[in-house]
Ligand binder design. Structure first.
Ligand code: ZN
Length: 382
């Protein structure tokens, strides 16, 4: 099968991650249609995929391939989920092709990479090389929201020499990225009728002070001498992304909550980053409210000297006449969770992150063929 055929099949099988929301139509939700397709594709090639159940309709799918003479062991990891489709200006599930580009939700992030992996497997089965790297391929769930798939994967992943995590990088090698931690802070008050606000305590007013203090922390502290920027990733950042509180205009609110997202630089730790803000708020406001434990942590990906994954992938990229460049990106990926297991890892894939999550998401089909060729050389070269 060609890149176009495979990718269209994948795009036509919706695998939307609801990302904590509840309104997405059920027929498009979760990864199971893609999982079933991958399972059948691999069985048709006489491989034996196996599953790791994580939640209803949500399973990691794994498969192994090994030549007679194994030179080293590589893990390839790619996520099955996509972001939702509201606001898209094209049919998200048609997989239309124009000017060498295939359009649809997930085409770029990251079903194009998944296609390259399936092309690789197809070619390995057809050519049956005697000698090369053995592959563990993991198709994981829930990268776009809480990284559940990769967290479960690392509990069972076999020993490997290095790993490649797939995201759209324009066939460049990403060796470092920021991490993130998300959590919430709440303030309490005392409710009463709004005709006598002096009898109550307004939790939203309390939150107002807190928000001003957090904004100052984000602007001054995180850009100040205590938090030196990473030379490639820039500054640590903090965002308040959501607020809710109160019941109606005629009640003094007794509760208010904000949700925060702190981006972590290599060397930073999620819990320490939260504690630093907590100490700052204490110092400026005293008893400010309460901080919930983290909902989500993705560690930063740390560039390491002499990373075997960087070295081998660079060689494979060069072998098809392209020039590998090492990059740093601000977004989080599954790679850092794999790195925490002590496995050397880089992020790589066809497509540009600028087209990911967009209203007319697309990928150039030629890049997928290039990616497959690079992966084939990665497996065969020593
Ligand atoms: Zn992705």
């Amino acid at each position: 099968m060609s890149a176009e055929q495979i990718l269209r099949d994948l795009v036509q099988r919706a695998s939307i991650n609801p990302m904590g929301r509840t309104w997405t139509s059920e027929e498009y939700l979760f990864e199971h249609r893609v999982t079933a397709y991958l399972d059948q594709f691999l069985r048709n090639l006489s491989l034996a995929p196996y599953r790791q159940s994580i939640a209803p309709y949500r399973e990691n799918l794994m498969v192994e391939w090994r030549p007679a003479q194994v030179t080293r062991k590589i893990l390839l990891e790619v996520h099955q989920d996509t972001v939702p489709v509201e606001g898209m200006t094209i049919d998200p599930f048609a997989g239309a092709v124009r000017d060498g580009k295939l359009y649809g939700r997930g085409a770029c992030d990251v079903k194009g990479s998944m296609t390259a992996i399936l092309l690789l497997i197809q070619q390995l089965i057809a050519k049956n090389p005697l000698r090369g790297a053995s592959l563990t391929i993991a198709f994981t769930i829930d990268e776009e929201h809480t990284f559940l798939g990769v967290q479960k994967l690392v509990e069972i992943v076999p020993e490997v020499d290095f790993a490649v995590v797939f995201e759209p990088t324009n066939l460049q090698i990403v060796e470092t990225h920021k991490g993130l931690v998300r959590w919430s802070i709440s303030t309490n008050g005392r409710a009463c009728h709004s005709s006598r606000p002096q009898d109550g305590i307004n939790a939203i007013y309390r939150m107002g002070h807190l928000i001003q203090c957090i904004e100052r922390y984000a602007n001054e502290e995180l850009n100040g001498p205590r938090f030196p920027p990473d030379p490639r990733l820039g500054n640590a950042t903090l965002n308040i992304g959501r607020i809710h509180g109160g019941q109606s205009a005629n009640i003094v609110p007794d509760y208010c909550q904000i949700d925060l997202d702190r981006r972590l630089l290599p060397g930073e730790n999620a819990l320490q980053a939260m504690a630093d803000l907590q100490n700052y708020l204490h110092a400026h406001l005293g008893d400010f409210g309460s901080m919930a434990p983290p909902q989500l942590i993705c560690p930063p990906l740390i560039a390491t000297a002499d990373n075997v994954a960087t070295r081998e992938l660079s060689r494979a990229i060069r072998s098809i006449g392209l020039n590998p460049q090492l990059q740093a990106v601000p977004f989080g990926t599954d790679a850092s969770t794999i790195q925490e297991k002590g496995i050397p890892v880089v992020v790589f894939g066809p497509g540009d992150i600028a087209q990911a999550h967009t209203c007319d998401e697309w990928i150039e089909l030629a890049q997928i063929d290039h990616a497959a060729a690079i992966l084939y050389r990665l497996v065969l070269e020593e």
